[in-house]
Design a protein around this ligand. Structure first.
Ligand code: ATP
Ligand code: MG
Length: 499
């Protein structure tokens, strides 16, 4: 385990040591090493000041761009293996020992206070499992896995790793009062590592949950994203709920607690949302978020009670609610747009006996071919989260087959075998809005029947269409190209999955 520390990281430690300073590997990477997981980044703590660290590594290998005492030191990525290209660089974060300073606004420390000793630095860290330091004493020995290192574990972190426990360093309440985000970090580590939150730490979070209101949306979003991307995302969100933090992240999810559904569901709305996340087959943040939020608007769209209650329009209302939530949490537009699209379309109707290729082309046109796989994943998550045994029944497999089959068919004007210029040059039509309207009608025909996407046919058809006036053309395009109304109705009436 410990021997996994890369040579390049040891070289960073050596250089600092040779300049007369202390240097330790600290934090999450030591925890991961002890757990025999490969750390994703390397943190080093030292008594050298930022300027001194910069002087050791030189301006070309190190940069200091923040106010927290952290210098980024570039190392060469050992695993890139690319010889002739410029080698990929990685960063080791080297941070001067710090102590906890006051957070008057509860958002960021008033000032960064450097500490003299490693002990001080370790005691300001959040959890015992993250407060272990490691010093390499003999790299040759270390490589053989025998020895060659010393561990400084002042708070029983190794025992807590062994017992799989998240425990605050020092007085939990005080530590959460200093920085309330730590409460969410506890839940994040619970989800990532599968560790339990120790009793006193748990109680302190419950009592101090209200302090979350001081934390910026960006910090909450970062920890929440880590929970969603962890190996136990649903347990993580459920823990946020149980411990009283969910109200400060996505209170909308709380509205589904204890709200029953109809004959199609055995779970409450809250439980179903969580299970959809749990069973989401995708590792993408946006798809997992869509799985969690796909039924977010069910509580407010519920009509009636019990066996025959309905949730008309919950998909479209849900898309708007999801957008509001994700904007509030300051997710990127790219993530927001994708989640909104997936939630909005998660009820797509599909039944092989009734829906043909044209319908699949319309769906692809609406959703985008590049998003179909993700939409299917949300649907699978939805099914499995409803307690249906099979991820992909015949119907979904058939849909996948059809998507593949029609994937090259035209679903946009760009994909037609005729363009505006052809109409102008070959049919001598005058440039103007009518050209666009004619192309739209042609697209509608081609979506209906892919065989019609041939230049000669389209040219002939365009000649006929040119006789209609603009508003009539627009009417024709609209009628054909938009999802048929009956389908929408069916979608609302019947559930989309069959047992
Ligand atoms: P990851 O594997 O996600 O990188 P990590 O434990 O390394 O997990 P980081 O957010 O990278 O977590 O933080 C590095 C270390 O800095 C932590 O292990 C912890 O010792 C300390 N730390 C980070 N954030 C805080 C905080 N808000 N309060 C106290 N200590 C913190
Ligand atoms: Mg880290």
């Amino acid at each position: 385990m410990i021997k996994k520390i890369p040579k390049q990281v040891v070289e960073v430690l050596e250089k600092i040591k040779n300049a007369g300073f202390e240097a330790y590997v600290v934090g999450g990477c030591v925890r991961d090493l002890i757990m025999d997981r490969l750390p994703k980044d390397w943190d080093v703590a030292t008594n050298a000041k930022p300027e001194e660290i910069l002087a050791i590594f030189g301006e070309e290998n190190a940069f200091y761009e923040n106010d927290f005492g952290t210098v980024g030191v570039k190392i060469r990525n050992q695993e890139s293996g690319i010889k002739n290209q410029e080698e990929k660089k990685e960063i080791v974060e080297v941070t001067t020992y710090r102590i906890e300073s006051k957070y008057s606004d509860r958002r960021r420390p008033d000032e960064v206070k450097f500490a003299k000793t490693l002990e001080e630095d370790l005691s300001r860290r959040d959890f015992t499992v993250n407060a272990i330091a490691l010093r390499v004493t003999d790299f040759t020995k270390l490589q053989t896995g025998a020895d060659g290192y010393e561990i400084i574990d002042l708070f029983g972190g190794r025992k807590d790793i062994k017992d799989r426990i998240i425990r605050a360093v020092g007085d939990a309440s005080k530590r959460f009062d200093e920085d309330a985000l730590r409460m969410m970090r506890a839940v994040r580590f619970h989800a990532q590592l599968g560790f339990d939150i120790e009793k006193k730490t748990f109680k302190a979070i419950k009592e101090n949950a209200f302090l979350m209101k001081h934390i910026s949306a960006e910090r909450i979003k970062d920890e929440f994203s880590k929970i969603i991307l962890s190996s136990n995302p649903a347990e993580g969100v459920d823990m946020l709920h149980e411990i009283g933090l969910l109200n400060f992240v996505i209170p909308e999810l709380e509205n589904g607690v204890n709200v029953g559904q109809n004959r199609h569901h055995i779970h409450t709305i809250y439980k179903h949302n969580l299970l959809a996340l749990k069973f989401c087959p995708s590792e993408k943040l946006e798809v997992r978020l869509a799985a969690l939020l796909h039924d977010i608007a069910k509580p407010q769209t519920k009509r009636g009670e019990g066996y025959y209650s309905t949730f008309y329009n919950h998909d479209h209302v849900g898309a708007r609610v999801a957008k509001k939530i994700l904007q509030r949490l300051k997710f990127s537009n790219e993530i927001i747009n994708k989640v909104v699209l997936l939630v909005d379309n998660h009820m797509f109707y599909y039944n092989p006996e009734e829906v043909g290729e044209a319908s699949v082309r319309r769906l692809i046109r609406k959703v985008g071919l590049e998003n179909m796989k993700d939409l299917m994943d949300v649907r699978i998550a939805d099914r499995l989260g409803s307690g249906t045994p099979k991820a992909k029944p015949y119907k979904l497999r058939h849909l996948e087959y059809l998507i593949d089959k029609v994937s090259k068919d035209a679903v946009s004007v760009k994909m037609l075998k005729i363009g505006g210029n052809d109409l102008i040059n070959e049919l001598k039509l005058a440039p103007g809005p009518k050209i666009g309207a004619i192309l739209d009608v042609l697209l509608a025909e081609v979506i209906e029947d892919a065989k019609k996407n041939n230049h000669q046919y389209l040219l002939k058809k365009a000649t006929e269409l040119d006789k209609e006036d603009l508003s009539k053309l627009r009417e024709m395009a609209k009628e054909k190209i938009e999802e048929k109304k009956e389908e929408d109705d069916k979608e609302l009436k019947g559930r989309h999955w069959v047992k």
